[in-house]
Design a protein around this ligand. Sequence first.
Ligand SMILES: Cc1cc2nc3c(=O)[nH]c(=O)nc-3n(C[C@H](O)[C@H](O)[C@H](O)COP(=O)(O)O)c2cc1C
Length: 140
Amino acid sequence: MDLISLTYVSAARLPLSAQELQHIHAHSQRSNRQRDITGALGFTGRYFVQCIEGRRGEVEALIRRIESDARHSRVLLLDSETVTNRRFGEWSMAYVDSLALDEEVACAYRAGIPSKQVAQVLLQKMAAALRPGESLHSLR
Ligand SMILES: Cc1cc2nc3c(=O)[nH]c(=O)nc-3n(C[C@H](O)[C@H](O)[C@H](O)COP(=O)(O)O)c2cc1C
């Protein structure tokens, strides 16, 4: 099976209410479960950072839908790679309250260039936030 992992950052269309964010998250979980997509969504208060994992066709179709979503703009693809294992395999879409990542995500967004290295750092931090005892607040 051709499994890929894709990471992007984007700017939220502000203001974004807590309900709207919750709605995006709940819809993503439902829809991803049906498509065997897993991943993590972070929101810094200004920017989104998201990792999407799954079969190539499903992930590519989803990123096209996400790119045309008016609730954010300028989706910057940081990295897309073929993987053997999922990093967020336990979550249909984990939510990470990424306030602490704001500066890093803002920097990646403003730089405007894909970077595997930046993607890896952001993903490691989001994954760490999902482990019990870490300082960033997270929800399954
Ligand atoms: C930041 C952000 C992340 C999103 N993540 C997902 C996702 O992981 N899965 C998903 O199905 N939709 C996600 N969406 C919603 C899609 O952009 C789109 O609204 C949805 O896929 C449309 O689904 P439908 O055709 O099933 O109604 C996201 C939207 C935003 C703004």
